[in-house]
Write a protein that binds this ligand. Structure first.
Ligand code: MN
Length: 162
C-alpha cells in the first residue's frame, strides 16, 4: 500500500504539508490550518511541488536561503488506500477529486480532496469523511503536537539545532 505523510513545517508561516505517495513521488498540498477530524470542517489545501519519496522521513532544520527553510517534524505517517474502484489516485488528481482511507498514527479513516479553484496555485479542500473515525471534539493538531518518528515537538527540534 502507498504511504502518506504529514509534516509540520515552521517556515515563514507555520503549516502542515500533506503528502501522498503516487507513482513514485509524493504529491503535496500545504494545509495552512492542518487536518481536521470533524467532517463539517473544510480545510484549505494548496497544491505544491511534488517531493521525492525519501523526503517522507525528513525531520530537522532546513537552513535559511534554501527551499523550505525552517523546521520540519513528521507529524503523522502511515499508509493510505484509494476509495474509488473505477479510477486510480493519479487519475483522480487530474480530474480534481480523490477519496482515500488513511491509516496513520493520528489520522484514520476516510478523507476527500477536491479541487475548487486555480489562482497562483491550485486550491483544493480537504474534508474528513463522516465515518467511524470522525470526531468533532478531537483536535489532534493542538493536542498531539509530537513527531510520530521521534516524539519531539517542532520547538524541541528547533532548539536542538539552534
Ligand atoms: Mn512546507
Amino acid at each position: 500500500m502507498p504511504s502518506f505523510v504529514i509534516q509540520k513545517h515552521k517556515a515563514t508561516t507555520l503549516h502542515y504539508d500533506f503528502r501522498l505517495e503516487v507513482k513514485g513521488v509524493l504529491k503535496s498540498w500545504v494545509l495552512p490550518k492542518g487536518p481536521s477530524t470533524d467532517p463539517s470542517d473544510k480545510r484549505l489545501a494548496i497544491q505544491t511541488e511534488d517531493h521525492s519519496i525519501e523526503y517522507a522521513d525528513f525531520e530537522g532544520v532546513i537552513p535559511e536561503g534554501e527551499y523550505g527553510a525552517g523546521t520540519v517534524i513528521v507529524w503523522d505517517k502511515g499508509i493510505y488506500k484509494n476509495q474509488k474502484d473505477d479510477q486510480t489516485i493519479s487519475e483522480g488528481i487530474s480530474k480534481g477529486h480523490i477519496t482515500f482511507r488513511l491509516e496513520g498514527k493520528k489520522l484514520k479513516g476516510g478523507y476527500s480532496l477536491t479541487f475548487f479553484r486555480k489562482d497562483k496555485n491550485e486550491l483544493w479542500i480537504l474534508v474528513k469523511t463522516d465515518d467511524e473515525y470522525a470526531d468533532a471534539r478531537r483536535n489532534p493538531v493542538s493536542t498531539q503536537k509530537e513527531s510520530v518518528l521521534t516524539g519531539r515537538t517542532i520547538e524541541e527540534v528547533e532548539e536542538e539545532n539552534g
